[in-house]
Design a binder for this molecule. Structure first.
Ligand code: MOS
Length: 760
């Protein structure tokens, strides 16, 4: 039913358009969840456990309660019961979705350091913070488990991982036979540090009760998910819960699940009979919204002399929480990347004293593809083959895990364009031989891949056209920096045949039509597809009115032969003889017309496999005396299908690639084994690349058409940019130095040959 947009309309989609919220966000005008203070608002402060395992043996709240302005101290001793158990689910599921199945302050057990054990409410933030200091919590500590070496011997194979969505073991063919057929075998072990996402806006919720109805301003990737979760855990009908998130300051997966904060804010607000604001502090962000778990990968790759892969064995060991079997799916996309007939992937977990890990940008792909793509580089070295050539030799036209054809691919073009633009073939044939002053210089490349997630319910949007010629496009989704608001305007404008400037995007409110949370790189494509469907239905409605109206110049025209552009409808093939939408609305005494649109994703069983592919290239300089690695330039070529907005798509991909600099060289949250706490839980101690670390980054698109994934043919760009970026950098470090670093991050100490991660 969706028609192919003609050129005038198509021009709206794809062009670079500024984010709808960009100016407000950079000037400070945007209002975030912690910036709403309904009259009478009071403040809640969380108190985190100081031990990593054991029990709270007492809470002496007397001094805190006597402190000025204090209204309540809530803990396991007096927190009201939940109406339902939290389910570990990602928020796109269209159901209540918690980041972990554990909810704090229901009993005295302590499972991880920083776990909320009390909440202090006072009339100002300062007084709440002061009283929290006066609270005397006593503990009985037990031995804790936090690191790989402590957990290894207790590891088990989980039946399912990733909130139950994926099996704990995958495979095809016979790996032992494949290895026996190999001429060359590469075996690697990689230790990847834990990482934390820390968006500019920390998690925060402001909750207000009015006549039994609850309004929550929540910093979330999915207002609908927050609504459903808060409603279920508090035993409210979802219709009585409104969630607002008009401005969200970044997330990267940290707000893709619903954590305890909005629920606790609502509980506190009911308890003290006033609106309550609960803002997570920067330090608390390290124990509040999940993280990418520390992980060890053992990887074996077998190939024939000509480079053909014969077998791949990939085992991952990682810590999970005491209550959930979670690990990011690091093995799936590496298993589907190349035409290798024999594969075995096994996850092993051990219970540790941390919260349940969570989605973090390209959850699983960023880590797993680092392992595969650096091992491929080692294999290319062993075989004396160019790394691009090795990948081309193992290119797969069908998904090797299912045999289903890819809905579109474009990877060969990504390699070819990337190699050409980067000057790949000029690289020194022998690692460790190119210098620039005292810098060693090298280049590296890697493949990138990210799946297209289709397992979500119907998406809805409303588009309304006013008699003054302006329009609105509405969905419940949040724009946490992805640019979906701009894309909504473009897609609605294209389908209606009006200018995108005439369309206002409204989002971040559960009272608007229900859409999925923006997760898994699927948000913009899914939301835009619903907007496209709604706007197309509205155009058809307007055309139907015109052709049925004797007063219209279009009277009697076949509606299938009417097009729209510039706010006018006219017979196909020319722009004369028609009339403006506004004329029809005025003549019919309509202030506006609107249409709802729904788009049902085709689901996982559509007969196709779907993923976005790309190729990453990096050049580094290494200072051998100081152990410094400087990334000099990066190039990523991606084939994401239809690009809906050239500017926001490029920004997403560039942001992902720059994250690769952090992943490769800097980012690590280190556990202090003695205390069981994260030792560097601050933005001063958790190292991130800053502007001075940022190389020249080029993002290019290889055009592919995808007729399967959604009516717009958009496969998603939110995460694929980070995938393979750290591998390209690590491969470049090898090329520069002749030394292989298999652990992440590649620290200065490792480059200097000291400490963990140093290798030959
Ligand atoms: Mo994204 S890490 O799937 O929210």
């Amino acid at each position: 039913m969706s028609t192919v947009p003609h050129r005038a309309r198509a021009a709206q989609v794809g062009r670079p358009m500024d984010r709808a919220d960009g100016r407000a966000k950079v000037t400070g005008a945007a209002r975030y969840s912690a910036e709403y203070a309904p009259p009478g608002t009071v403040y809640a402060v969380l108190v985190g456990a100081r031990i990593a395992a054991g029990e709270v043996t007492g809470i002496d709240a007397r001094r805190a309660l006597r402190s000025d302005g204090v209204l309540a101290v809530l803990s396991h001793l007096n927190l009201p019961p939940l109406a339902a158990e939290p389910h570990l689910l990602p928020s796109l599921a269209g159901a209540a979705a918690s980041g972990q199945s554990f909810f704090p302050m229901r009993d005295a057990r302590v499972h991880y350091a920083g776990q909320p054990v009390a909440m202090v409410v006072a009339d100002t933030l300062e007084r709440a913070g002061h009283a929290a200091e006066l609270l005397e919590v006593s503990y009985r500590a037990e031995p804790h488990v936090t690191g790989l070496e402590q957990g290894r011997e207790h590891a088990y194979e989980p039946e399912r991982i990733f909130a139950g969505f994926l099996p704990g073991r995958i495979g095809r063919g016979d790996v032992d036979r494949g290895l026996a057929e190999a001429d060359t075998v590469v075996e690697t072990v990689h230790r990847l540090a834990a990482n934390h996402h820390n968006p500019i806006e920390p998690a925060a919720a402001t909750a207000q009760w009015q006549d039994g109805r609850l309004t929550v301003h929540d910093s979330t990737q999915g207002p609908t998910a927050t609504r459903l979760t808060v409603a279920e855990l508090l035993g409210l009908p979802p219709s009585q819960v409104r969630v607002l998130a008009p401005a969200v300051g970044g997330s990267f997966g940290s707000k893709a699940m619903v954590w305890s904060h909005p629920v606790l804010a609502a509980m506190a607000a009911r308890h003290v009979r006033a609106p309550v604001k609960l803002a997570v502090t920067r330090e608390q962000m390290f124990t509040a919204c999940g993280h990418r778990e520390e992980q060890e990968h053992r990887f074996t790759l077998g190939a024939r002399r000509d480079g053909t892969l014969t077998a791949m064995r990939h085992h991952k060991l990682s810590p999970t929480s005491p209550f959930d079997d979670w690990t990011e799916p690091s093995l799936e996309m590496p298993a589907r990347m190349y035409a290798c007939p024999n594969h075995e992937g096994v996850y092993r977990l051990f219970r540790a004293n941390t919260m349940t890990p969570a989605f973090m940008r390209a959850p699983g792909e960023a880590s797993g593809m680092f392992v595969l793509e650096t091992a491929m580089d080692e294999l290319a070295g062993e075989l004396g083959m160019d790394p691009v050539e090795l990948r081309l030799r193992n290119h797969c036209d069908d998904d090797p895990s299912t045999g289903l054809p890819w809905s579109s691919k474009g990877l060969r073009e990504c390699y070819a364009r990337g190699a050409e633009m980067f000057g790949w073939h000029d690289r020194a044939p022998v690692p460790g031989t190119r210098t620039d002053g005292h810098w060693l210089v090298g280049t590296g490349m890697a493949s990138a891949v990210y799946p297209v997630y289709q397992a979500m319910g119907p998406q809805r949007a409303r588009v309304r056209l006013y008699a003054d010629g302006r329009a609105t496009a509405e969905t419940a989704c949040a724009d946490f920096g992805t640019g979906v608001g701009a894309v909504m305007r473009q897609v609605a404008a294209a389908a209606l045949g009006i200018g995108a400037e005439q369309v206002e995007a409204r989002y971040g409110d559960t009272e608007l039509p229900t859409t999925v949370a923006a997760v898994g790189s699927a948000g913009t494509g899914a939301i835009a597809s619903a907007v496209h469907t709604a706007a197309s239905a509205l155009r058809e409605q307007m055309v139907a009115r015109a052709v049925a109206d004797p007063a219209s110049p279009l009277y009697g025209t076949d509606p299938g032969r009417v097009e729209a552009a510039g706010g006018r409808m006219f017979p196909q093939g020319g722009s004369g003889g028609g009339e403006a939408y506004t004329d029809v609305l005025r003549r019919h005494m309509m202030s506006d017309a609107e249409a709802l649109g729904a788009w049902d994703p085709p689901g996982a069983d559509g007969g196709y496999a779907a993923a976005t592919f790309g190729a990453q290239f990096a050049e580094v300089g290494v200072d051998p005396d100081l152990g410094l690695v400087r990334v000099r330039r990066m190039l990523g070529v991606f084939a994401p299908g239809r690009v809906l907005n050239a500017k926001t798509a490029r920004s997403q991909l560039m942001g992902g690639m720059l994250w690769g600099v952090g992943h490769a060289l800097l980012e690590a949250t280190r556990m202090d084994p003695g205390s069981g706490r994260w030792a560097n839980a601050s933005m001063g101690d958790y190292l991130l690349p800053v502007n001075a670390d940022a190389p020249e980054v080029r993002v290019e698109f290889a055009e592919v058409e995808d007729a399967v994934v959604n009516p717009l043919g958009a496969k998603g760009v939110g995460e694929v940019g980070v995938v393979g970026a750290s591998a390209a950098i690590a491969n470049a470090v090898h090329h520069a130095t002749g030394r292989r670093f298999r652990d992440l991050p590649i620290t200065i100490e490792a480059v200097l040959g000291r400490g963990q991660g140093a290798s030959a």
